[in-house]
Design a protein around this ligand. Structure first.
Ligand code: GLP
Length: 256
């Protein structure tokens, strides 16, 4: 796992945007796994500003709330449209987001996995992290081999996300999310974590045991993970200095 600690979220976000931009330029037909949440907003702004050609890109979002229509202001369909899709030339037919209104949810989840398989999997999967270590909406004790399915949110996640909805009562109880097994099949996982609120989850994900009590710790099993964080999110890491040293020693050909 590559740990990149930057002085503030802005610098870390720019580096992550550069990595994504490079992916799209080098592989115009790239399949990107996209994430939502406050952390991603600045990243998408930078990607829009980079004026990349998205005409060959295919996207798969991690998750969606069950029951919210695509035009609901808190749906992830809406988040993606507002923050990214309406600003770039990604063909609508290549955008994939789980349908939270599907009448047959297991069928929708299976079809989503089928679509992912059909395009040959994800080149770069973006990830945020919940304060409890969740990735996508894979809450604590999610199977580390899980596939796309319905999940019930924890009270903590509903509380965390209440800021977007106005009140906790309005946060849906259920979601569709790619599984941890699905995420681990991406060829490169890129996680972003900023702020003191993420410090505990990050320390456990990077340096703790691999456990479904911190779903992000499953990333330790993945051969290619890059985690961008600010100083605040890095605060609890024991080997902080080592990660900085490794980053400083990067050979030119490895630099982002
Ligand atoms: C939600 C999303 C996650 C995201 C998390 C953290 O739960 N489903 O994918 O990582 O929020 O969001 P934020 O970036 O707002 O802290």
């Amino acid at each position: 796992m590559e740990i990149i600690i930057q002085p503030n979220p802005g610098v870390a976000t720019s580096l992550a945007a550069r990595l994504l931009g490079k992916t799209i330029r080098e592989k115009p037909e790239a399949v990107l796994g996209l994430a939502t949440g406050g952390t991603m907003e600045a990243l998408y702004r930078e990607l829009v500003a980079a004026k990349l050609d998205w005409s060959g890109v295919t996207t798969f979002n991690l998750d969606e709330y069950v029951g919210l229509p695509p035009d609901h202001p808190q749906s992830y369909h809406h988040f993606m449209r507002e923050n990214l899709f309406r600003h770039v030339n990604v063909p609508p037919g290549r955008i994939n987001i789980p349908d939270g209104q599907a009448a047959n949810i297991p069928g929708e989840c299976e079809a989503y996995e089928g679509k992912l398989f059909a395009v040959g999997g994800i080149d770069v999967q973006l990830l945020g992290i919940g304060t409890d270590g969740h990735i996508g909406f894979n809450e604590q004790t999610s199977s580390l081999a899980s596939r796309t399915r319905i999940k019930t949110l924890t009270p903590q996640t509903r509380k965390d996300n209440a800021r977007f909805f106005g009140s906790e009562a309005q946060v849906p109880h259920h979601v569709i999310t790619m599984g941890i097994g699905t995420i681990l099949e991406s060829r490169h996982c890129v996680m972003l974590a900023f702020g003191a609120g993420k410090a505990k989850a990050i320390a456990l994900a990077v340096e703790g045991p691999i456990t479904s009590m911190n779903p992000a710790s499953a990333l330790q099993l993945h051969p290619k993970v890059t985690v961008f964080m600010d100083e605040a999110a890095a605060a609890n890491l024991t080997l902080k200095d080592y990660y900085r040293w490794v980053y400083d020693q990067k050979p030119d050909w490895q630099k982002i």
